[in-house]
Design a protein around this ligand. Structure first.
Ligand SMILES: NC(=O)c1ccc[n+]([C@@H]2O[C@H](COP(=O)([O-])OP(=O)(O)OC[C@H]3O[C@@H](n4cnc5c(N)ncnc54)[C@H](O)[C@@H]3O)[C@@H](O)[C@H]2O)c1
Length: 287
């Protein structure tokens, strides 16, 4: 028996990166998956998002583990599209036990506009709300809701790095709202024993981190920093002195939160940050 044997889990942003790692890890422990991804680019986001080929690869990896997966191209900014994907997935899989709302963008860049700010908020916060809203009518008592924030969701906005631009501010605001949303929703859904938790990663070794605009954030002193230029600065965000964690490290925490092992764990802001938060000594409360 796997740790999530027979459960069905809805994951947004599942075509690559952390979402794919979660789909594969959960499937390895016996879960079926409803996977959605935009599979298109967003103009203000300065690095490419996942493709339909990426989503097909997630499907192949889950099926190779002997589990079922319903994959749909859908935008988390579009509530109707998410509702349709979940309804079709539940019709095929017969149930829904958990949602992992984790699709995200990070439209950094000093030359970005207010649209970058709004896109970050709309994808990274509204997208979480839409995913939860699409899942809720199907979730039984005792279900699990997980949302991905960021260490940026637990620390004050970085307003002194010009490389971040308006999109960086939007990202920070959205992630802080994810943290607050999880806190509040945990109280609302407590009478149904539905637990609601956030996972807050430090740097994760995915395409979001490995992008030219992110290198510029870490090395704002250089016009066009390379990964080699930025890499020595990555460990500054962790206490352990490591540059990043792997998507599989986040998937382990998500697995725990989806499994019944966490049946009495709710309202948590789960940091997978290699002691980055405690190192920063932030002024904000941790909820
Ligand atoms: N990589 C990091 O360093 C890091 C750190 C902290 C938090 N996070 C968060 O982790 C989550 C996963 O990011 P990742 O690191 O796997 O990056 P990623 O870019 O590899 O994956 C993000 C996925 O979300 C999808 N997506 C983006 N916009 C979408 C939309 N509107 N609708 C549907 N799908 C959409 C992308 O196509 C992609 O597959 C995000 O919420 C991100 O903010 C990442």
């Amino acid at each position: 028996m796997g740790r999530v044997q027979g459960k069905a889990v809805f994951i947004t942003g599942a075509a690559r990166g952390q979402g794919r790692a979660q789909a594969v890890r959960l499937a390895a422990e016996g879960a079926d998956i409803i996977a959605v991804d935009l599979c298109e680019n967003i103009a203000t986001n300065g690095y490419p998002l996942a493709t339909e080929e990426d989503l097909a690869e997630t499907v192949a990896k889950v099926e190779k583990l002997g589990r079922r997966i319903v994959a749909r191209k859908a935008d988390v900014r579009d509530p109707a599209a998410l509702r349709a994907a979940v309804t079709e997935g539940v019709a095929e899989l017969g149930r829904l036990d958990a949602v992992v709302a984790q699709a995200g963008i990070c439209p950094l860049g000093p030359d970005r506009t207010a649209q970058a700010f709004l896109d970050a908020v709309t994808v990274d916060f509204n997208g979480v709300v839409h995913a939860v809203d699409a899942a809720l009518p199907h979730l039984p008592d005792g279900a699990s809701i997980v949302a991905t924030g960021s260490l940026a969701g637990l620390t004050p906005a970085t307003t002194d790095n010009p490389a971040n631009g308006p999109g960086g501010l939007g990202y920070s605001l959205a992630k802080r709202q994810v943290a607050a949303f999880v806190h509040d929703l945990a109280t609302v859904l407590a009478p149904r024993q539905i637990r609601v938790n956030a996972v807050h990663p430090t740097n994760v070794n995915t395409d979001m981190l490995n992008s030219d605009l992110m290198y510029r954030t870490f090395r704002p002193d250089l016009e066009h920093p390379s990964r080699e230029d930025a890499l020595p600065s990555f460990p500054a965000t962790t206490g352990f002195g490591i540059p990043y964690v792997e998507p599989e490290d986040i998937a382990e925490t998500v697995l725990f939160l989806v499994s019944d092992e966490s049946r009495y764990v709710s309202g948590m802001q789960m940091r997978v940050d290699a002691a980055g938060y405690v190192k920063r000594r932030p002024q904000l409360p941790t909820f």
